[in-house]
Write a protein that binds this ligand. Sequence first.
Ligand code: TXA
Ligand code: MG
Length: 337
Amino acid sequence: MTKLLHDTREEIAEAAALLRAGELVAFPTETVYGLGADARRADSVRAVFAAKGRPADNPLIVHIADMEMLPEIASEIPEIALRLSKAFWPGPLTMVLPKQPVIPEVTSGGLDTVGIRMPSHPVARALIAASGCPIAAPSANRSGRPSPTTAKHVMDDMDGRIAAVLDGGQCEVGVESTVICFDDAETIHILRPGLISAEDLAPYAERVYVDKAIFEQIAPDVKVASPGMKYKHYAPKAKILPVDAPDFDAFSAYVLAHAQEDTWCLLFDADPEIPGVKAMRYGDDGAAQAHDLFLRFRELDEAGAGTVYVRMPRKTGVDLSVYNRLMRAAGFEVITV
Ligand code: TXA
Ligand code: MG
């Protein structure tokens, strides 16, 4: 049985004690719920991989509560990382840095680097502080499922597999953190887009670029900069089909010509209805779409959707994070009309 804990001081202390004892606790962050373990304990981190059904070469992000914890985890901290930490931490930015030996290879997926972030969610920060542990935490979904943005989603995936879920309400951002590494002292390489966009990062470096794996499917034999890029992700059971259409009328005409009994649409808020076709909506701008996307994926499964035609997000700013999650859910298959 997985215990549901609330975000009171006593129950956060209870969650912290479980982590210190080597148990797994899911907890809220501003992005999505994380499945936490003491990042230094190989046995606990192995249990995270087992509970998720996650491939062993896909490294975890280590969460810290303050800057004092950073040199305990990272063996080198370049000046650019300090600059970015001042601008964006606490917040949804993960930086890949060389790791200290205290971080076992199981946490870093066998790499000599580690992804580190300081979350801004008060419950996440209180939990790290109360436990005194750097917390390794992937998103708290079963591998391949949409990331959870409520404690109920975590329970749906993890009940009976982990010690506890700490309920901190609905996550604000809705998609996972922006993951970056540094190719050199002045180059930011975006491995996974998130709320903090290339445009947001641009003032802090000479160069910022987005890995090409964000835009296209990577062949299985190609070596990628971030192992998570290889895996199909974020997918509901329904077949997700993004439709690249010049406007709503072209989108709607395509859907009407192809709709079946279990067809749904995922529309922008401003779109009109498509007569006779069931629809959910996911906002008009990138931030709203990021907040709602994984939520809608889970709702579409509950509604029994078979095929879902989705209006295409833009590819700039925070919208790129939505585009990326949608492409991953669709296996990069797009219908162009
Ligand atoms: O917002 C988030 O980042 C959430 C919350 C819980 O903090 N966590 C999360 O973790 O999304 P996860 O495990 O689902 O995704 C971690 C991503 C993967 O794509 C992984 O490949 C990449 O970060 N990553 C982690 N460490 C890395 C490293 N050393 N080098 C390259 N990529 C790394
Ligand atoms: Mg994940």
